[in-house]
Design a binder for this molecule. Structure first.
Ligand code: PHE
Length: 426
């Protein structure tokens, strides 16, 4: 198999940002910020992003470039590492499986918005009728088929090219929506909900923990896809600046998503909720009430699709990298096979909400963060001096040597604390 690489630095950053920016930014971040201190939430988030998030990205990218995808990287460094690599691949497949169900809903909404029908449905019952139904399975299948279509074309011609189109498009659409939202009459209450700083929340450990686990998922730092994307970075391509741009770009999108959502929700006297309810029930009501709402509905669901597909390609690519490297499969066979596997695992979740919640919890809460820990340990075993050398190759900016003790001690300890605290805080 020819070795895969990114064609350009910019292409790599587009792909890394594409992987990072996803549903996590649009339906989780704004809500959490609103609930955990508003503008005050940004303070812990940005501090953690700077101290931990950027390091997390550099750890996973550097590990990947030095040692290869998860199975190779963990296999070379950790006892039983090969199996740990297989384990994180299985987790990635599960994440892709439930994610594709949600992308399926978004596809259905996008098409319904395009035909104009979204204006005449009753959003609550409409969502109830299509989520968890056989129709949802069909849309999930289409979501997976589109992901397969991109991944099958390869790293440069598929993923990199698609992300280079989708990322700028996403930024433009998001800004249009944010401007529309904050200029609506009575949008002020939404701004107040979202931003009014509650400084007391900064002192609560829970706020910091929520910020951290949100950050890991949002940056896709789960020891899975970022290690694979790292393995495609050429020696003369930059890691440090790319990590910084990815981390802050991801956060900028998350913060702006709040501006696009809350002012509009409050302007029409609606209640903010999190997750599916927000995107698939509350916002359609907003679009129905807003002048010219159908145009904004089309833009919004296209935005969700861009964010989501640039993430699903990273998920599928993770398994494809493993299969082409270790199972001697062609890219085509591996892409179709693992795409179909995700479909089979996810389809029951498209029908049954209990299974859907279970698969989300298992993959994102209980097992996902272990991947980040495995990656951190693998990097340590690789040798922190060697890793630092690698980090400096092709770098456009230099990280001070404090990166070494930081990546070796501070980072893994923080990952462990986040993981354990999830069980304590619930
Ligand atoms: N970071 C993505 C989001 O915020 C999710 C993701 C996780 C993507 C793991 C790729 C790998 O939605």
């Amino acid at each position: 198999m020819p070795e895969e690489t990114w064609k350009s630095r910019v292409g790599f950053v587009a792909a890394a940002m594409g992987s990072a920016i996803g549903l996590g930014n649009i339906w989780m971040f704004p809500m959490r910020a609103g609930l955990y201190g508003g503008a005050a939430f940004l303070v812990p988030y940005l501090i953690l992003l700077f101290l931990i998030g950027v390091v997390a990205l550099t750890v996973e990218f550097t590990l990947g470039r030095t040692a290869g995808g998860p199975i190779e990287a963990y296999g070379k460094t950790l006892p039983g590492g090969k199996y740990l690599g297989i384990f994180v691949n299985a987790m990635m497949l599960m994440i892709f499986a439930f994610y594709s169900v949600v992308v399926g809903w978004a596809l259905k909404y996008f098409v319904t918005a395009l035909t104009g029908k979204l204006l005449s449905v009753d959003p609550g019952p409409f969502f109830g009728s299509i989520s968890f139904s056989t129709e949802a399975v069909v849309w999930q299948f289409i979501a997976i088929a589109i992901t397969i279509g991109v991944v099958i074309m390869g790293v440069q011609k598929g993923i990199e090219r698609a992300c280079k189109i989708m990322m700028p498009g996403l930024f433009v659409m998001l800004i249009i929506l944010a401007i529309r939202s904050v200029t609506l009459p009575n949008s002020y209450a939404g701004l107040e909900f979202y931003l009014l700083p509650d400084w007391s929340k900064i002192l609560s450990g829970k706020t910091w923990m929520i910020a951290l686990s949100q950050m890991f998922f949002s940056l896709s730092c789960l020891g899975m896809s970022n290690v694979v994307y790292g393995s495609y970075i050429k020696k003369d391509q930059d890691i440090p600046l790319s990590a910084i741009v990815t981390a802050f770009g991801d956060t900028a999108v998350a913060v702006t998503a709040g501006f696009a959502i809350f002012p509009a929700v409050f302007a029409f006297g609606l209640e903010p909720t999190a997750g599916p309810g927000l995107v698939f029930v509350t916002l359609p009501v907003v679009f129905q009430k807003m002048p010219g709402g159908i145009i904004f509905a089309v833009i919004f669901f296209l935005l969700i699709l861009f964010a989501a597909f640039s993430s699903t390609v990273a998920m599928l690519e993770t398994n494809v990298q493993a299969a082409t490297t270790h199972l001697n499969m062609s890219r085509k066979t591996a892409t179709i096979l693992f795409g179909l596997l995700a479909f089979v695992i996810g389809a029951p979740g498209a029908i049954n909400p209990t299974y859907f919640d279970w698969i989300i919890n298992i993959s994102t809460v209980y097992l996902g963060p272990l991947g980040a820990l495995i990656a951190a340990l693998a990097l340590i075993k690789l040798g922190i001096d060697k890793a630092y050398e690698e980090l400096r190759k092709g770098a456009l900016i230099e990280f001070p040597a404090i990166w070494k003790p930081w990546a070796k001690y501070v980072y893994p300890i923080v990952v462990i604390i986040v993981y354990v605290s999830q069980f304590i805080l619930g």
